[in-house]
Design a protein around this ligand. Structure first.
Ligand code: FMN
Length: 383
């Protein structure tokens, strides 16, 4: 039986275990989207993960839905990311960048005043946190990308991918989930286009596929390019009909691309993140449900599952052949040595979700490893 703690061959990249630190936006960059040194320390502390995926990082400033999130569109950003990748590699880790264009999700007060763009002009019926006004409705001032502008934006992803490689990353995960731009193209509710990017389920998959093609061109191989999807999720105002049809076509097309992996986010997990009641989870039995089987049946390559996993659930899903690699999100915020803790059955430090976004070290780089925690407890008080 394979174990979570066995090596895994992700194409040409050897992962020491099957545990993935999931992408987590933490808003620790400068207002201009430059990664800060504290981010290098945070990721390096978590280098024993089989694979680290960074927080969502914008390839083009219009796609910066939240304030203080990083980009990879300028030389300064690329150089600052180099400190992160060097720090992770120095500790023996592996790190993919998550390329995230938020499309209609966000507000122009968060991105320096640029008009936000989407597949169509339907605004997201959802709230966003802004520095100026706290929680407020997402922008309604949307620009529908013309066909030519859509191709230009695909080139923005390509340019960012060239920088990602130059910054020393091991690969890229395209964020195609959670209601962001590629997902807006996929959904029939947010894509009312009649050009080559809309009108049928196949054409709605075109944007994501074309972006992936250009990421592959930038890297020179498809084996370091991946994508995250979230079929049927209701998050950031996204809703989808024709889910099975659209995602069947998409997964067929992803098979042809021979990517590093496809990651998926379960619908349940984001509801639990948003503290909404989730009556569909019975005794934590989520692994056998959509989209686990849906993705596994249609996709031939490596599958990463994410959402509400524990060591036990992940191992069960692995035993049942439902997925290959497993994302841990919130547990990674407060347990830099999550792999060692799970492997040795050491207790996990609970996560203080009040420290999710913004600030500096507190709740970010100050969570101890199990060994540090115990060493501290051995020091006599007053010492
Ligand atoms: C603070 C926070 C920020 C997140 N930001 C992102 C993100 O930038 N990109 C992404 O794909 N998922 C993001 N997620 C989702 C996580 O990657 C993960 O899939 C989710 O937390 C479910 O895993 P968990 O139940 O182990 O926390 C975020 C989650 C949290 C808690």
């Amino acid at each position: 039986m394979p174990s979570l703690f066995d090596e895994f061959q992700l194409k040409d990249l050897t992962l020491p275990n099957r545990i993935v630190m999931g992408p987590m936006t933490r808003a620790k960059a400068t207002p201009e989207g430059v990664p800060t040194p504290v981010m290098a320390l945070h990721y390096a502390q978590r280098a024993s993960a089989g694979l680290i995926i960074t927080e969502g990082t914008w390839p083009d400033r219009r796609g910066q839905g939240y304030f203080d999130i990083p980009g990879i569109a300028t030389q300064e950003q690329e150089d600052a990311w180099r400190l992160v990748t060097d720090a992770v590699h120095a500790r023996g880790g592996r790190i993919f960048l998550q390329s995230e264009h938020t499309g209609r999700v966000g507000h122009e007060v968060n991105n320096g005043g640029l008009q936000m763009v989407s597949s169509s002009t339907t605004p997201a019926d959802a709230m966003i946190f802004t520095r100026e006004n706290g929680y407020s409705p997402m922008t309604t001032n949307l620009h529908e990308l013309t066909t030519a502008e859509t191709w230009d934006l695909i080139e923005d992803y390509h340019r960012a991918a060239v920088r990602t490689k130059a910054a020393g990353f091991d690969g890229i995960e395209l964020h195609g989930a959670s209601g962001y731009l590629p997902h807006q193209f996929l959904s029939d509710e947010t894509n009312q286009r009649t050009d080559e990017f809309g009108g049928t389920p196949y054409k709605r998959t075109e944007f994501m596929v074309q972006v992936l093609r250009r990421l592959i061109d930038a890297w020179g191989t498809s084996h370091r390019i991946a994508v995250k999807i979230s079929p049927n999720i209701r998050f950031n105002g996204i809703a989808e009909n024709e889910v099975a049809e659209t995602y069947s076509i998409l997964l067929d097309r992803l098979n042809e691309l021979d990517l590093a992996y496809v990651a998926f986010q379960t619908p349940e997990s984001l509801r639990s993140l948003a503290n909404q009641p989730n009556e569909e989870i019975v005794d934590g039995e989520i692994w056998h449900r959509f989209p686990y089987e849906f993705v596994r049946e249609r996709y031939n390559g490596t599958v990463i599952a994410s959402g509400d996993l524990t060591k036990e659930l992940a191992q069960k899903a692995l035993d049942a052949g439902k997925a290959d690699l497993f994302v841990f999100g919130r547990a990674y915020m407060s347990n830099p040595d999550l792999v060692e803790r799970m492997q040795n059955d050491w207790p996990l430090t609970p996560t203080d979700m009040r420290r999710s976004y913004g600030g500096a070290e507190e709740g970010y780089t100050d969570y101890p490893t199990w060994e540090e925690q115990n060493a501290a407890e051995l020091v006599p008080s007053g010492a």
